[in-house]
Design a protein around this ligand. Structure first.
Ligand SMILES: [Zn+2]
Ligand SMILES: [Zn+2]
Length: 242
């Protein structure tokens, strides 16, 4: 039940779509037009990395698992990854202001969508861990966008967040303008684990805003497992699909 206060606030400041600013009658943050533009990631997708791809279910050689070519060649260190939306012009209107323009209030809307996407797997998770950003970038940006998402997913799914276990080991250049191979080299040894006893034998849900090549998340999963984590799942808000 809505409190009287929130009813009054909604009357004076009716909820708006965070993309087009039109007035909406729900608190999900998006109008039907923008939801349509956003392009949610649906099946079929890779059972491991969540990459969407065409999978013919009617062929007579149908396999039980649908696995993408990348995972068949070299399976990621995480056990399963899921993303909510495609990284496109519409979702960028949420992600870029959230990341770079202090729109921290978007975290609740994004986090709720992420929680819904990962909910079918929650029974398996012990802790949520956000992908950390380096302290220098933290000072510039004032917040870690992944930690904000993690805290909303935590509230929604009732799984505690572990901060200060997965940490940045030293400053790395931003991944933004690097090629796939450069990204891979850039993330190697970029992370470290503190208090490894906390993750020993535990199932971890890693949280990040965008999956681009998956190199960062793969490295986080690798080091978490090296220090004893049992399974590592990944949820990101958006996914770059080329
Ligand atoms: Zn809209
Ligand atoms: Zn895959």
């Amino acid at each position: 039940m809505k409190s009287l206060l929130s009813k009054i606030v909604n009357f004076i400041f009716p909820p708006q779509c965070i993309i087009c600013k039109s007035i909406i009658d729900n608190e999900d943050g998006l109008c039907p037009v923008c939801i349509n533009d956003i392009n949610f990631i649906t099946d079929p997708k890779c059972e491991y990395c969540g990459y969407p791809f065409e999978f013919k279910t009617d062929n007579k050689f149908s396999v039980k698992l649908s696995i993408c070519a990348k995972c068949l060649n070299n399976k990621a260190k995480f056990d399963r990854a899921l993303s909510v939306v495609h990284y496109n012009d519409a979702s960028k209107k949420i992600i870029l202001p959230f990341k770079h323009a202090d729109k921290t209030n978007y975290a609740k809307i994004m986090g709720n969508m992420m929680a819904n996407t990962i909910a079918p797997f929650v029974a398996k998770m012990d802790f949520i861990i956000p992908v950390p950003i380096h302290i220098k970038r933290m000072i510039k940006r004032k917040y870690n966008q992944s930690a904000l998402l993690a805290s909303h997913i935590s509230k929604r799914l009732d799984i505690p967040v572990l901060y200060n276990v997965l940490v940045r080991s030293h400053f790395k250049h931003s991944q933004g303008k690097l090629s796939f191979d450069d990204r891979k080299a850039n993330v190697l040894n970029a992370f470290d684990i503190k208090n490894p006893y906390k993750i020993k034998g535990k199932n971890i849900l890693l949280v990040d805003d965008v999956m681009t090549t998956g190199a960062t998340l793969n490295e986080c999963a690798r080091i978490l497992k090296n220090f004893g984590a049992r399974r590592v799942y990944v949820i990101t808000f958006a996914r770059v699909v080329r």
